[in-house]
Design a protein around this ligand. Structure first.
Ligand SMILES: [Zn+2]
Length: 489
């Protein structure tokens, strides 16, 4: 079988991957224990980590890369002798990762700045964690904390998101393991305000957990995502990080209200971590909702109890129904460069297993499987996050610079939106649409114009002779949301 799929194997190993979800490395003198490279268990539970199958397997993989004995002591010795920079280069090179999209809203001791990862990987993009932004504002003493109202807090939160919207590649939410994915996009301002008050009255530093407030922040952030055409990554399924996790609430099926909300129908949502163990549910959602995408971060620490078979079957389940164009790779690497290496190595192995089996089953021919490799490891992420990495920089191809758009949460005081276009005679023409109608309908479906409006001359109020255009029949004028801005009058 191996010989038959040699070309597929080569494609899997040689495709330079875009790692669509990962976190920062830590400095060599960080207090974060290297053992956490293999497990997210904490305290006494960490003592058992070396006895798990995944630990033994991962240690062997790293020892093979470092050409040292497969023991924790020898690997740590090697790391110390080589230094962080040298082992990082080695790991990223072996992982064959060309770009990383990094959520830096996680907190580790002595975490490296996002920029410094460019020493190891040519391109690094930032994913902004929205709960982290909210907590940063609430815990910042320079604001007079207790006097926050929901309006003043929202204004600061939104202006923070807008100020970086052009410099990031996406947003991210961890609502799943704070209050659950049954997000109410119509949460009332009274409930959100009440939630904010409770958070402010609690212990400092505040860790936002109030459901109404999280739902409200999520909804506001989606409005920004729509406005700036940014995808939103959503943590789904299993997580080892939070003890108060209620796995039932991390099932992506709970996202119904978000997915059915017309306002956000065009906002691309990326379900992270293969939604494990809800991979079939995630696959179903991606097949039914055009805005749903799937990311299968398989880094060993995030899914510590998964055997190779477990990882293989969860990727298989993702592909049960979901189009290949919606499934993408990430390592979910963090803190130690070895996690990136392990994540990439395991993912390549698992993708090969799944695609070669699909060929055996007759689902794909070998060439289709090779195309799928390019999609899964690279092309899908480039398209989804609108990355232009040709010149070595990660940035969005289209962005908005200055915008003060009103939607229900963002601003309430815009009454009308003007849609302006240049007609065939070079004149500006304009349609005025009530703001409510614009966001409900015209934004996505456009407005109707008569055929005649395309043949108007500059000197009389009617279509030019010979155009044969009349007031009968209709064309659709679609607004270009990247040009929207608030008029100062
Ligand atoms: Zn992550």
């Amino acid at each position: 079988m191996e010989a038959k799929y040699a070309e597929l194997r080569r494609a899997v190993e040689e495709t330079a991957a875009v790692d669509a979800h990962a976190h920062n490395l830590v400095a060599a003198d960080s207090s974060f224990p290297f053992l956490r490279c293999f497990s997210e268990a904490e305290g006494d539970a960490l003592a058992f980590a070396p006895h798990s199958l995944s630990f033994k397997r991962s240690l062997k993989d790293i020892a093979e890369l470092y050409k040292c004995e497969a023991s924790l002591e020898k690997v740590e010795e090697f790391r110390k002798a080589q230094g962080l920079s040298s082992i990082s280069s080695k790991c990223f090179q072996a992982a064959n990762i060309s770009s990383i999209l990094m959520d830096d809203g996680i907190q580790f001791d002595r975490m490296l700045e996002l920029e410094s990862h460019k020493d190891f990987v040519p391109t690094v993009g930032r994913v902004l964690r929205i709960e982290w932004v909210a907590e940063t504002i609430i815990n910042d003493d320079s604001f007079s904390g207790s006097s926050w109202t929901l309006d003043s807090f929202t204004e600061t939160f939104l202006s923070k998101l807008k100020s970086v919207a052009n410099k990031i590649v996406g947003l991210k939410s961890i609502a799943a393991y704070r209050s659950g994915l049954d997000i109410d996009t119509c949460v009332s301002k009274t409930d959100a305000e009440d939630g904010l008050r409770k958070e402010l009255a609690g212990q400092k530093p505040v860790r936002v957990t109030n459901k109404s407030l999280i739902d409200y922040l999520f909804t506001c952030s989606l409005e920004i995502a729509v406005l700036f055409n940014l995808p939103m990554q959503i943590h789904t399924g299993y997580s080892f990080g939070d003890k108060d996790l209620d796995l039932r609430k991390c099932n992506p099926l709970h996202l119904c209200a978000v997915l059915e909300d017309e306002r956000f129908a065009k906002c691309q949502l990326v379900l992270l971590h293969a939604s494990y163990p809800f991979s079939k549910e995630a696959s179903y959602l991606a097949s039914v909702y055009s805005q749903v995408y799937l990311d299968f971060g398989l880094a060993i620490p995030k899914l510590p109890k998964l055997s190779v078979q477990g990882m293989t079957s969860s990727l298989k389940e993702l592909l049960h129904l979901a189009p290949i164009k919606k499934v993408m790779f990430s390592t979910d690497g963090y803190a130690f460069p070895e996690t990136y290496y392990l994540g990439a190595r395991r993912a390549r192995d698992v993708v090969y297993r799944v695609l070669s089996a699909a060929c055996e089953d007759g689902d794909l021919c070998i060439q289709e499987a090779i195309d799928a490799v390019e999609d899964i490891f690279r092309r899908n992420a480039l398209d989804l996050y609108k990355l232009n990495i040709a010149n070595g920089s990660v940035h969005q191809k289209t962005t908005i610079t200055d915008t003060r758009i009103s939607t229900s949460c963002v601003e309430q005081d815009v009454l009308f939106v003007r849609i302006v276009w240049n007609d065939a005679s070079g004149q500006h023409r304009c349609r005025v649409v009530p703001a409510g109608r614009f966001y409900e309908i015209a934004k996505n479906k456009g407005v109707g114009l008569t055929f005649a409006s395309m043949g108007m001359t500059s000197f009389c109020d009617g279509p030019a002779d010979g155009t044969n255009l009349t007031g009968v029949g209709e064309i659709r004028l679609m607004p270009d949301m990247s040009t929207i801005l608030r008029l100062p009058w």
